[in-house]
Design a protein around this ligand. Structure first.
Ligand SMILES: Nc1ncnc2c1ncn2[C@@H]1O[C@H](COP(=O)(O)OP(=O)(O)OP(=O)(O)O)[C@@H](O)[C@H]1O
Ligand SMILES: [Mg+2]
Length: 353
């Protein structure tokens, strides 16, 4: 168990920067989730921590040890890869013992550690099976047992649940989290599944194009997204493009005057969370109120997604609870939508990549 610190980590492949100036501090026993679009540098970051990729620059510290130039087997990181990567010709026990063998643990000392690791992941008794004789969830747990058998200081999980169906995913998710808590293991998990990230993490790191965009708790990321990317990536936001007319007043591309709390100036984007938007009578008390035409309604069971148009350029996606018996808006209906002055978050307009 140990604190993990990543400082100004960078990885360059020729002209391409895969990870750029990445700094993350992970507390002892913390469960940190790395989240971001495909290709943003999550696996590269994890593999630099594990020691399989040598960073171009930066420093990695585990506990008090600077491990930046140490080989993987001297870092004591337990690793679970994106695919389970079990050896098909080895039994469960041999798979789990693999890391111990690599670390030159005497054969007599391996057996009890394998037994203990299998007990932790609830696979006692399956030692002699081969991977092909196991279900997907069991294989995933063998991979986890293999990572745990070495008694790691740090656990690194790269999309460990990606091969499982939705139900199994939820089960293994809970198991991993319980086990991590019980062992107090400092953990980094990579996922691109938002729900998984939000339910499992103590804190989250949002990456994009090799850079850390924001680090924080679920609430911090959702309620105070650092930039437009995070506002769009974590949860949902409706965006209106326009410009700040003066402090506290945003003018949308379609000419709507919107009061907000921002003092920025110049081209900007206003982001609105769906639950901050009110419709019909609920919008009466809002500082910002506009007529809108319903364009499209999607039925999502507990919720209705309603796409509305305020002006030719200004569209907003609303999400309202589906109340049985209540009149459901239909395409073409005119409704009033409103939001409070502090609901709109204003970000400088970003150049389109
Ligand atoms: N050996 C390499 N040489 C050149 N470019 C590489 C190499 N390895 C990775 N990259 C590039 O670095 C970027 C980051 O890759 P990485 O595997 O870290 O992404 P990721 O965030 O894990 O994506 P995913 O969610 O798809 O797994 C990608 O654009 C990838 O093409
Ligand atoms: Mg990856």
């Amino acid at each position: 168990m140990a604190r993990l610190s990543i400082e100004h980590l960078r990885k360059v492949y020729g002209e391409f920067t895969a990870v750029d100036d990445c700094s993350i501090d992970i507390a002892d026993g913390e469960f940190l989730v790395l989240l971001g679009p495909s290709g943003c540098g999550k696996t590269t970051t994890l593999r630099m921590v594990a020691g399989f990729i040598q960073p171009t620059a930066g420093k990695i510290t585990i506990g008090e040890r600077d491990v930046t130039t140490l080989p993987p087997w001297k870092r004591n990181c337990g690793l679970v890869f994106q695919s389970y990567a079990l050896f098909p010709h080895m039994t469960v026990a041999e798979n789990v013992a693999f890391g111990l063998e690599m670390r030159k643990i005497a054969p007599a000392d391996r057996a009890p550690r394998v037994t203990e690791a299998l007990r932790l992941v609830r696979l006692t008794g399956l030692d002699e099976r081969y991977p092909r004789q196991l279900s997907g969830g069991q294989q995933q747990r063998v991979a986890l047992a293999r990572a745990l058998a070495i008694e790691p200081d740090v656990l690194l999980l790269d999309e460990p649940l990606s091969n499982l169906d939705a139900k199994l995913r939820q089960e293994v998710r809970v198991e991993i989290r319980d086990l991590q808590r019980k062992l107090g293991l400092t953990t980094i998990m990579v996922t691109h599944d938002q729900e998984e990230a939000l339910t499992m993490a103590d804190r989250l790191v949002v990456m994009e194009k090799g850079m850390v965009r924001q680090i924080g708790t679920q609430r911090e990321l959702y309620e105070k997204p650092a930039d437009r990317f995070v506002a769009g990536f974590i949860g949902r936001s409706a965006f209106l493009d326009g410009a700040m007319a003066e402090a506290g007043r945003f003018r949308s591309g379609g000419g709507l005057d919107i009061s907000c709390k921002a003092t920025a100036s110049g081209p900007a984007t206003l982001a609105l969370r769906p639950e901050r938007l009110a419709i019909g009578a609920d919008a009466e008390a809002c500082a910002n109120r506009f007529p809108a035409r319903v364009e499209h309604v999607s039925y999502l069971g507990a919720l209705l997604d309603i796409d509305v148009r305020l002006t030719e350029q200004d569209r907003i996606l609303l999400q309202v609870p589906n109340r049985p018996g209540a009149a459901e808006p239909k395409p073409g209906d005119m409704i009033t939508i409103g939001w409070a002055e502090d609901a709109g978050l204003v970000y400088p307009r970003e150049a389109k990549a």
